[in-house]
Design a binder for this molecule. Structure first.
Ligand SMILES: Cc1cc2nc3c(=O)[nH]c(=O)nc-3n(C[C@H](O)[C@H](O)[C@H](O)COP(=O)(O)OP(=O)(O)OC[C@H]3O[C@@H](n4cnc5c(N)ncnc54)[C@H](O)[C@@H]3O)c2cc1C
Length: 387
């Protein structure tokens, strides 16, 4: 890797870093080096073909592209065509399968009723009033005050406890402001006008976005192993965890992580849908991904061509910076947000060549569209202005 005279290095070939690299290469016409410690581009949004089954899978769990931001949709469409995949999620509770988020089908099936859309609001209000929760003091009380105890117990309690590994009574009420309940049979998981999957997969999308001749990508390269080789006047655009940059001076930031258990099953179709949640506390995983169902346009259900199926069982876990390779979900409580601000302030004051970006560096949960929007805005506001 030639770093002499280099003006821009991007740490992290995830979505945020890739978009910024593409902008610097295309609009500024500058050379940019992108490094990633993993053996592939694309960060958590990456996908590739599984050798044993021939099925494309999302290496870090199902990623559905969805957005209402026009400029993000237009940007993505420069690099990929989209399928018309529409995401629907089902949840298993006590051996029955329900629609999620909670809609009229979920309510009618759970209570054994046949309510009409215009009757649901009153029904939920009656359910809430029996709960007697007036000033909710924790997540459990808040959820019960919103949807009533029975729906909470069935669909929220066990799943939340598995996700956070903590009794929902001990979680703050302000984690949720609302729990979506639909008064009709709409089973679409997302409401955004644009939705789909890159027709040739995220892997190819990332190859294309990073294909500009001004961009050179180096994989299996950890920033901390090469930091001393980077020229002093090179801008370092860093999308990794920022506590490590300052040797955890203010203590590590807290994150949740996930672990995937991969399984190839000798049946054509295992669960009949791409993502099945598991609401029961006794079942240790939170969801099962069956990747076939993401690209049915590829005839993945043809028995003769794809006789097997690939599953990921997802387990939620605490993240440890010393044992786990990557953080996933920030725990944006007051203490962690303040700690993140301390790191950010010190980096801004003492490391002027640094720009912190991406969902990990910014310590926030962004869906892919928000990551792209932020990368495009960062480019416009910081880099383009200087030209
Ligand atoms: C389980 C899960 C499911 C999701 N599902 C969806 C979904 O359905 N739809 C949606 O829109 N969004 C989804 N997202 C969000 C999506 O993954 C993010 O928006 C996107 O990955 C953000 O890109 P990024 O570049 O900021 O971060 P990342 O993709 O995490 O990329 C950061 C990169 O930096 C690299 N890196 C870190 N430290 C170093 C270092 N020291 N040296 C070199 N490289 C380093 C990492 O290896 C990584 O490749 C999901 C996220 C998770 C965790």
């Amino acid at each position: 890797m030639d770093l002499i005279g280099l003006k821009y290095i991007i740490v992290g070939a995830g979505l945020w870093g890739s978009v910024l690299a593409e902008r610097i290469a295309t609009i500024l016409g500058q050379k940019v080096v992108v490094i990633d410690k993993r053996d592939h581009i694309g960060g958590n949004s990456f996908s590739k073909i599984n050798d044993e089954t021939g099925i494309e899978f999302h290496c870090y769990g199902t990623h559905i592209f969805h957005t209402k931001i026009e400029k993000v949709w237009d940007y993505f469409n420069q690099f990929t065509d989209f399928t018309n995949y529409q995401h629907k999620v089902l949840t298993q509770y006590k051996n029955c399968i329900y629609s999620m988020p909670i809609n009229l089908a979920t309510i009618n099936q759970y209570y054994g009723l046949n309510l009409h859309p215009f009757e649901v609001e009153n029904f939920i209000t009656r359910e809430n009033s029996t709960s007697q929760v007036k000033n909710p003091a924790n997540l459990e009380e808040k959820a019960i005050s919103l949807i009533g105890a029975p729906l909470y117990e069935a669909f929220i309690k066990g799943y939340t406890q598995k996700q956070w590994e903590i009794d929902p009574k001990l979680l703050p009420a302000d984690i949720i402001t609302r729990l979506p309940v639909r008064y009709n049979y709409n089973a679409n998981y997302f409401n955004d006008p644009y939705q789909g999957l890159p027709r040739n997969g995220y892997g190819n999308f990332f190859k294309k976005i990073l294909s500009h001749p001004n961009i050179s990508v180096h994989l299996n390269v950890d920033y901390f192993q090469i930091r001393n080789l980077i020229p002093a006047d090179c801008k370092v655009i860093y999308t990794g965890p920022i506590d490590r940059l300052l040797d955890f001076k203010y203590g590590p930031l807290d994150w949740r992580s996930v672990r995937f258990e991969k399984e190839v099953v000798d049946v054509v179709d295992y669960q009949g849908t791409s993502v099945l949640n598991f609401a029961d506390l006794e079942i240790p995983f939170t969801r099962v991904h069956e990747f076939k169902h993401l690209h049915l346009e590829r005839n993945y259900l043809e028995t003769n061509i794809y006789p097997k199926t690939l599953l990921f069982k997802e387990y939620s876990k605490k993240y440890s910076p010393h044992y786990d390779p990557d953080p996933y979900y920030p725990i944006n409580d007051k203490a962690n947000n303040e700690k993140h601000q301390l790191y950010l302030k010190e980096i801004t004051n003492t490391l002027p060549a640094f720009l912190i970006g991406g969902r990990i560096g910014q310590y926030c949960y962004w869906d892919m569209d928000r990551a792209v929007e932020n990368a495009l805005d960062t480019f416009e506001n910081i880099f383009k202005k200087k030209v």
